[in-house]
Design a protein around this ligand. Structure first.
Ligand SMILES: Cc1cc2nc3c(=O)[nH]c(=O)nc-3n(C[C@H](O)[C@H](O)[C@H](O)COP(=O)(O)OP(=O)(O)OC[C@H]3O[C@@H](n4cnc5c(N)ncnc54)[C@H](O)[C@@H]3O)c2cc1C
Length: 343
């Protein structure tokens, strides 16, 4: 049974070996980062990469009183979200004092005074920085599998069937090193998450001792907290759905997380992505001050059940003022989607 996980993708940048340049994959990586901050009394840091780990690091550094710049190659942070949704997170970062520079290509790092890193060289500029967190994505650890001649999928992760069996019938693989079937497209995908690794690991373990259980696949449901925001997504984004060949429509609404009459709560934005012809739910993204994380699970359930937006719009969801408006934001978004369907 192979469960070799994933590793941090390390871009070929000059100066990666300088003290003060870190990746974050393991708990010892985290310990080393904290030690460096304490030993050097770090005042400013740069995070390379605006994915969820990079942004969670940005928040953690700000909480320690450090001035943070996030550099991102793509036009937005959290680029797996639809345009218009990731900007909500970008505004929150700006509000909390984080400088975000998008469409910025990092060329390398240079030493400063003393032995450690002092500058990031990005898009032709030298930006001072006492510390760098390289958060440029992950790659599956497949060296062991490849040395045994196992097949990899197009994603570069180990190809497995629903029973987690690899191309060699007596070898199973699970977790970040392996692919999974996407519930929406029905095709192999690689979305490395702890949720998936745990489920696949159990199934592989059971099957390794004679069982015959099948993994249901993934919808890519994930959530992150960026300062005062929860950002959650499930299924396909608009771009991913179009790439998979769907003709797509979407509905986006802004509501409140609690009843207007009840103190607290805040704005919440829900976007639902569906197949234009049939209304089949393809994905959803929810970003808000509270209640995004667990609302996404309702949509993930509906995706698993192959529901349409019309089905989602009539689900008997709970209501009491501390938890939601009488029309839950997910119901409101589904209702808008139904109107667009025109039936
Ligand atoms: C900072 C961070 C935050 C995250 N937050 C979340 C989150 O909030 N939610 C979520 O769902 N997921 C999250 N993840 C992802 C989650 O941690 C992974 O999906 C999960 O750990 C994968 O489990 P795994 O067992 O497949 O791999 P791993 O946990 O990576 O374990 C694989 C192990 O195999 C070892 N190994 C590799 N090669 C060999 C070899 N040849 N011989 C022996 N041992 C080997 C590795 O050293 C490692 O210990 C996060 C990841 C990171 C880095």
């Amino acid at each position: 049974m192979i469960g070799t996980g994933a590793r941090a993708a390390i871009p070929p940048l000059s100066g990666m070996e300088l003290p003060g340049v870190f990746v974050l994959r393991t708990v010892p990586d985290g310990d080393a980062i904290r030690q460096f901050i304490e030993d050097r009394a770090v005042k400013n840091a740069t995070v390379l990469g605006g994915g969820y780990i990079g942004l969670e690091m940005a928040e953690a550094l700000v909480e320690r009183g450090i001035t943070v710049t996030v550099l991102e190659l793509l036009p937005t942070v959290l680029s797996t979200y639809d345009p218009g949704m990731s900007e909500i997170v970008a505004r929150e970062l700006a509000d909390k004092g984080v400088t975000v520079r998008t469409e910025t290509r990092i060329e390398g790092f240079e030493g400063g005074a003393g032995d450690s890193v002092g500058y990031v060289v990005a898009s032709g500029q030298r930006l001072p920085s006492e510390m760098i967190i390289v958060s440029a994505g992950v790659r599956p650890n497949t060296a062991l599998a490849e040395s045994g001649g196992l097949e990899l999928g197009d994603s570069g992760a180990i190809r497995v069937d629903a029973r987690q069996i690899t191309s060699a019938p007596s070898v199973l693989a699970a977790g970040d090193c392996s692919e999974a079937t996407h519930m929406v497209t029905g095709r192999p995908t690689w979305i490395p998450l702890g949720t998936t690794a745990n489920k696949q690991g159990r199934i592989a373990g059971e099957n390794a001792v004679g069982g015959s259980r099948k993994f249901a696949g993934v919808a890519g449901t994930n959530v992150t907290k960026i300062f005062g925001l929860e950002a959650a997504q499930t299924g396909l984004s608009t771009a991913a759905a179009e790439k998979a060949g769907f003709v797509v429509d979407s509905a986006r609404i802004r509501a409140r997380s609690r009843s207007h009459a009840y103190p607290g709560g805040g704005p919440i934005t829900v976007k639902i992505i569906f197949e234009k012809e049939t209304g089949r739910l393809l994905g959803a993204q929810i970003i808000g001050a509270e209640g995004a994380a667990k609302r996404i699970d309702t949509v993930a359930t509906a995706i698993y059940g192959r529901m349409t937006v019309s089905d989602l719009a009539v689900i008997d969801m709970s209501y009491a003022p501390p938890f939601s408006p009488v029309w839950d934001p997910v119901l409101v978004a589904a209702g808008q989607a139904v109107k667009k369907l025109g039936r």
